[in-house]
Design a protein around this ligand. Structure first.
Ligand code: OAD
Length: 246
């Protein structure tokens, strides 16, 4: 599954950056966005996951996000998430950049995480920007949850279509990509900018680019190596191999 070129790189490197997408959570039962059974096949993201939806039809907006929150209740990290926790312990400098909002990397136990698209488990006020210190289940029975401080509209702390990424998380992710020796792209279609640009930043700065995905993506042709397979199967194997080298 892993050739000598890949294993030698891991043996001789200390700085690793990982970018994950919805594919790493697929084996936990969280639907991906594109492809067969993808969430965006059934829902128009512009209609539901946009600032306009929040301000103009907050009930529909919250119906969609409460449905997504409900689906995540009881969902657990899988072997792929846990392998990245083990991997973090093996390297001096390990950055986990994720496009996922499902909180599963935190739940698994990774510590150095940059959440580019936010985290659906957090809630904040659209008006006063206060973060609400409640588990995500507190909105489930609310049609339009309101801020306890200013009565403004509450929203999940996720990036909606047309919004900027959280600037600090994105700057840190760019920095980690520019300085890493190995960049791992896992379970992402590599279509959504600006996250999709990160592997190219890494490669332009001399990193070894490794992609793990059961399908080919637009990144595959630029990768130094592609391991075609599921994250929950490939990653635990990779960590075992790296542990043997260390
Ligand atoms: P996509 O749904 O676009 O792509 C999921 C990728 O995961 C595909 O390339 C699949 O082949 C791959 N995949 C499926 N099962 C897998 C498995 N078991 N192991 C590894 N890979 C697997 O999801 P993202 O690339 O994450 O943004 O989408 C990026 C962004 O688009 C999301 O963060 C979201 C969406 O619109 C926002 O909501 C802002």
């Amino acid at each position: 599954m892993f050739n000598e070129k890949i294993l030698n790189r891991f043996k001789n490197s200390t700085q690793i950056a990982v970018l994950t997408g919805a594919g790493i959570s697929a084996e936990s039962g969280v639907p991906t966005f594109r492809g067969k059974d993808g969430l965006w096949n059934n829902y128009d993201p512009q209609q539901l996951a946009s600032p306009q939806a929040l301000s103009q039809m907050p009930e529909t907006f919250w119906e969609f996000y409460n449905w997504r929150r409900k689906k995540l209740l009881g969902v657990k990290p899988n072997l792929g998430h846990y392998a990245l926790v083990d991997m973090e312990k093996l390297f001096d400098d390990f950055a986990l950049i994720t496009q996922n909002v499902d909180n599963l990397h935190r739940e698994a136990g990774n510590t150095n995480i940059y959440e580019l698209h936010g985290n659906i488990a957090r809630t904040r006020c659209e008006d006063c920007q206060t973060f609400i210190d409640q588990p995500m289940s507190f909105t489930l029975d609310e049609k339009v949850p309101r801020c306890p401080h200013c009565s403004g509209l509450l929203r999940p702390d996720v990036v909606l279509f047309g919004e900027m990424l959280p600037q600090k998380a994105f700057r840190d992710a760019q920095e980690a990509s520019a300085t890493c020796e190995i960049f791992l792209s896992i379970g992402t279609s590599s279509l959504v900018e600006p996250a999709a640009s990160l592997p190219y930043i890494a490669k332009a700065n001399g990193a070894f680019l490794l992609e793990i995905n059961p399908e080919k993506t637009p990144l595959s042709a630029s990768a130094d190596e592609v391991v075609q397979g599921k994250a929950g199967e490939v990653l635990p194997n990779l960590v075992i191999q790296i542990e043997k080298l260390k």
